[in-house]
Design a binder for this molecule. Structure first.
Ligand SMILES: *[C@@H]1O[C@H](CO)[C@@H](O)[C@H](O)[C@H]1NC(C)=O
Ligand SMILES: *[C@@H]1O[C@H](CO)[C@@H](O)[C@H](O)[C@H]1NC(C)=O
Ligand SMILES: *[C@@H]1O[C@H](CO)[C@@H](O)[C@H](O)[C@H]1NC(C)=O
Ligand SMILES: *[C@@H]1O[C@H](CO)[C@@H](O)[C@H](O)[C@H]1NC(C)=O
Ligand SMILES: *[C@@H]1O[C@H](CO)[C@@H](O)[C@H](O)[C@H]1NC(C)=O
Ligand SMILES: *[C@@H]1O[C@H](CO)[C@@H](O)[C@H](O)[C@H]1NC(C)=O
Ligand SMILES: *[C@@H]1O[C@H](CO)[C@@H](O)[C@H](O)[C@H]1NC(C)=O
Ligand SMILES: *[C@@H]1O[C@H](CO)[C@@H](O)[C@H](O)[C@H]1NC(C)=O
Ligand SMILES: *[C@@H]1O[C@H](CO)[C@@H](O)[C@H](O)[C@H]1NC(C)=O
Ligand SMILES: *[C@@H]1O[C@H](CO)[C@@H](O)[C@H](O)[C@H]1NC(C)=O
Ligand SMILES: *[C@@H]1O[C@H](CO)[C@@H](O)[C@H](O)[C@H]1NC(C)=O
Ligand SMILES: [Cu+2]
Length: 566
């Protein structure tokens, strides 16, 4: 009862605060249920929000409070994650299942309520249960509050470009089949732009995303990679793009003819219609960093049609080769943060928690009497610092944190890998004395407001691959990225402490490393994981438990009364 009063009081205060700053309360309902849909010549039943793929586009202004009532009318357990939102003192609304909440059971509902401050640009929302986000996702657009403008000329129109991935199958079945066998899951059948595969696929010419443009005008494309398991190259025939933001964080303008984007990331680009009136394809296909692995090598397209275009036949751009790591690396590493942005945060110079984290694949024991499809008859797995993350099931970690419940997680996630070896040497890929890993629920506990530095070091175990690592609840500064094993002496000299890009998801270079820093100024439990959905259930995750700071403004409030039970 007391908790409820405190909660209502907190709501009343939030309401008061928002009226004072003229921020709005934006309220929506999500009805999540079966949808029968036709794609690639087949009729399929998918889980979708409000009968559309992608789901509803949400628009707010910085400073607004977003309230979303989620009704789970689907046959599956469900949660929704608001990807990239800081969730300051509202960790109960973050959404990853068994991290900040138990799932919303079929027939039940939960209301997500949080205020969006200190960030502007493109984010997105998606299911955070199994592979459901394949069809349960949508854009979340944060525009400047009234009276403030973009740090670039106002575009004529804004166009969300949400890239997705499609299976001619039930995605939960695809995932469960792989987890049962211990092997790799089936690859997808198509990529999509705003839910549409585009006319290079069979039966899809009427399912092609099109935009009309006026010559001379500038458009803001808000690109989201909502695909499950693939980074994507994206380009537009005969046009250059100017990147102005990534992960809802402004960048210095960067002119490019190719964008590469990892699952979880967003990229805002300005596109000027400066070509002769005609039709031009936009296209996306994978950046597949791992050699010798089967990938969905198809191409999704949309069409940009100029006003007054005479020929209906669009011009096709040339996409980079699937394994074009130099092009991907150039794009990823050339971006810099806009220090004149009102939301710029200087790089914290004093590090309280230095961490070195190996990131990569491995094998877990197959289990007595079982037959497994992974190498050496074992089960494919993944780990950070050789800890392969297993989600709890009895209670969420955030509830365990708030109520001091033991036995849900342990706080012994190591600051260093247990073994120093030649991490990126592919000769070690199948070294049986290195590849085995074990399951645990180890998290890293840090004091409120401490500065965490992470050197993320990819390994070559089982395969060499670029892993997009997503941190919930924070943006980090990306200080440097490179190939090979991180060299503490020489690579530290390359840190950009002046204007590094700020992100929530970093694509750690294939056979390489990256260094990030963030200030743990938000109490709660914050998952950090690979955003390739094939690797998350294998264990490529951990979490930060950020302690309360001892004042009301640095203490996690109690959960909302309708938080789902396990
Ligand atoms: C979703 O659908 C419900 C039921 O039709 C409707 O009340 C709600 O406004 C819709 N939400 C959005 C965001 O479109
Ligand atoms: C939803 O679809 C699943 C199969 O994908 C089916 O088992 C279930 O009965 C359907 N539920 C409803 C309410 O139609
Ligand atoms: C995965 O692919 C195999 C081989 O094509 C097929 O037999 C199986 O049914 C697929 N699994 C699912 C869940 O669609
Ligand atoms: C895609 O992969 C298939 C199967 O490996 C192959 O036959 C085809 O040539 C590839 N297509 C492209 C465009 O690389
Ligand atoms: C951009 O990338 C290229 C190729 O990786 C590199 O040579 C160049 O120094 C980078 N420029 C900046 C400003 O980072
Ligand atoms: C494995 O098989 C043996 C012999 O059939 C049986 O005794 C044992 O209980 C099984 N173990 C497990 C974990 O299923
Ligand atoms: C396997 O890795 C260990 C640890 O780094 C190393 O000592 C050993 O030589 C490696 N074995 C092979 C066959 O490379
Ligand atoms: C990998 O092993 C081969 C064969 O033993 C050797 O020639 C090569 O130098 C090794 N590569 C590295 C990077 O250690
Ligand atoms: C990981 O831990 C397992 C034991 O669980 C051990 O066999 C293996 O050598 C370790 N590998 C690394 C790379 O630390
Ligand atoms: C967190 O630490 C920074 C210095 O690193 C300081 O400027 C800031 O005021 C602190 N914030 C809080 C809420 O204590
Ligand atoms: C759904 O969630 C409940 C509560 O956590 C759990 O007991 C159940 O096993 C889950 N169902 C599936 C299919 O994961
Ligand atoms: Cu990964």
């Amino acid at each position: 009862m007391a908790r409820r009063v405190v909660y209502l009081l907190a709501c009343a205060l939030a309401l008061l605060a928002s009226t004072l700053t003229s921020a709005a309360i934006v309220e929506h309902s999500f009805h999540v249920q079966n949808l029968t849909i036709q794609r690639l010549c087949q009729k399929r039943v998918i889980t979708a929000v409000n009968g559309s793929l992608p789901g509803p586009r949400i628009r707010v202004r910085e400073g607004d409070t977003l309230v979303v009532h989620v009704y789970n009318l689907s046959p599956y357990n469900l949660t929704i994650h608001w990807h990239g939102i800081f969730q300051l003192l509202s960790g109960w609304a973050d959404g990853p299942q068994y991290a900040t909440q138990c799932p919303i059971l079929p027939g039940h509902s939960y209301t997500y309520r949080f205020t969006i401050t200190g960030q502007e640009g493109t984010l997105w929302w998606h299911a955070h249960v199994q592979w459901l986000r394949a069809t349960v996702y949508g854009a979340l657009i944060i525009r400047p509050r009234v009276g403030r403008s973009y740090p670039f000329p106002k575009p004529y129109r804004e166009v969300p470009i949400v890239l997705g991935e499609w299976w001619n199958a039930n995605v939960i079945d695809v995932e469960n089949q792989a987890l049962a066998s211990g092997g790799a899951p089936n690859i997808s059948n198509a990529f999509t732009i705003n839910g549409r595969p585009g006319d290079l696929y069979p039966c899809s010419s009427s399912q092609t995303f099109k935009i009309k443009v006026v010559q001379g005008k500038t458009y803001l494309l808000r690109i989201v990679n909502a695909a499950l398991n693939n980074q994507l190259f994206f380009n537009i025939a005969n046009h250059k793009m100017t990147v102005v933001a990534v992960d809802a964080s402004y960048t210095n303008p960067y002119v490019t003819d190719i964008v590469v984007i990892a699952p979880g990331q967003t990229t805002d680009v300005l596109l000027t219609a400066d070509q002769p009136p005609a039709s031009y394809y936009m296209a996306a296909h994978p950046y597949a960093s791992a050699a010798g692995v089967l990938v969905d090598n198809t191409t999704t397209t949309g069409i940009i049609v100029y006003d007054g275009a005479t020929s209906p036949k669009p011009i096709m751009p040339v996409l980079p080769a699937f394994n074009d790591t130099p092009t991907a690396h150039k794009f990823y590493s050339n971006l810099t943060g806009l220090v004149t942005s009102p939301f710029w945060i200087p790089v914290p110079l004093k590090v309280d928690e230095p961490m070195f984290i190996t990131v990569g694949l491995g094998l877990a024991a197959c289990g007595a009497n079982a037959t497994c499809a992974g190498p050496f008859g074992q089960r494919l797995a993944a780990s950070m610092n050789n800890a392969s993350f297993q989600f709890p099931t009895k209670l969420s970690m955030l509830q365990a944190f708030f109520n001091n419940v033991d036995g849900i997680y342990t706080t012994d996630f190591p600051n260093q890998p247990p073994l120093v070896f030649d991490y990126t040497n592919a000769n070690n890929s199948f070294n049986q004395s290195l590849v085995m890993t074990t399951k645990s629920t180890k998290v890293k506990k840090v004091k409120f407001n401490s500065t965490v530095e992470m050197v993320m070091q990819n390994t070559a175990l089982i395969g060499v691959e670029n892993h997009p690592i997503h941190l919930h609840g924070f943006n980090f500064h990306v200080l440097a990225q490179g190939f090979g094993n991180f060299d503490t002496v020489n690579d530290r000299k390359k840190f950009n402490l002046v204007n590094p890009q700020q992100r929530n998801t970093i694509a750690v270079p294939v056979g390489g490393w990256t260094v990030v820093r963030f200030q743990a100024n938000n109490p709660g439990v914050w998952l950090m994981h690979c955003h390739l959905d094939v690797h998350l259930p294998w264990g490529l995750a951990t979490a930060f438990v950020v302690e309360n700071g001892g004042t009301p403004s640095s203490t996690l409030p109690p959960p909302p009364p309708d938080l789902p039970h396990c």
